[in-house]
Write a protein that binds this ligand. Structure first.
Ligand SMILES: CC(C)(COP(=O)(O)OP(=O)(O)OC[C@H]1O[C@@H](n2cnc3c(N)ncnc32)[C@H](O)[C@@H]1OP(=O)(O)O)[C@@H](O)C(=O)NCCC(=O)NCCS
Length: 178
């Protein structure tokens, strides 16, 4: 856990919950929610969460692997939980989980999850601006905080923004592949 709590914000402080009833207009001809609609709502929930953490307008810079395990049907209720995991300099990673409830049951089933990365922009210059750190408190939050550096290395390498030799957490992994 980070020692100086004054310098950052907890995960809870920006946690965002987004709920939606799936309507016919959201679905494909089979009556299943279209993947693009789900990704849009995940992006909105994640953007609100990143904005709350940074107190800035944010833009989506990257979305990690999103897979759809089971169809979500018209009439289902989805709940999207978005939580910051770690802020770097001007970017912040957000962990997004989707749960589905098929009425009349009230037991939510996890549908999928993904990591989105957002960049905070300065309101005047619209340039990337510094974000305060995330303060992980629970065991899960600490685990995701620690894994964030590895995930960042990987997405920057895959996005052509970083050379494998410059990776921090993943450097050893790429050395082993040489
Ligand atoms: C996001 C954006 C402002 C970054 O601008 P840039 O000139 O690349 O700025 P930088 O290179 O300084 O990168 C800014 C941050 O983005 C991160 N970043 C850049 N590309 C990334 C990628 N592919 N994956 C993850 N993070 C990335 C950088 O690591 C940096 O984070 P850090 O400061 O925490 O280290 C610019 O690319 C942009 O405007 N993109 C379009 C965003 C958009 O319209 N999104 C969809 C609609 S919201």
């Amino acid at each position: 856990m980070i020692k100086n709590q004054q310098e950052g914000k907890t995960v809870e402080a920006s946690k965002t919950v987004f709920t939606q009833l799936i309507m016919p207009n959201d679905a494909n001809p089979l009556g299943n929610l279209m993947g693009g609609n789900l990704m849009r709502w995940m992006d909105i929930a994640g953007g609100i969460c990143a904005g709350r953490h940074s107190n800035c307008h944010v833009v989506t810079v990257s979305v990690d692997n999103v897979s759809f395990k089971e169809p979500i049907k018209v009439g289902d209720v989805i709940t999207i939980n978005a939580k910051v995991t770690r802020a770097f300099n001007t970017s912040v990673e957000v962990f997004i989980e989707v749960f589905t409830t098929s009425l009349p049951t009230d037991i939510p089933k996890k549908s999928n999850n993904a990591y989105f990365t957002f960049v905070a922009l300065d309101a005047d210059t619209l340039k990337p601006t510094k974000i305060k750190p995330v303060l992980p408190l629970t065991e899960d939050e600490v685990k995701r905080y620690e894994g964030a550096l590895r995930r960042r290395d990987l997405r920057l390498i895959l996005g052509g923004k970083m050379e494998a030799k410059d990776a921090t957490d993943l450097r050893q992994f790429f050395r082993d592949l040489d």
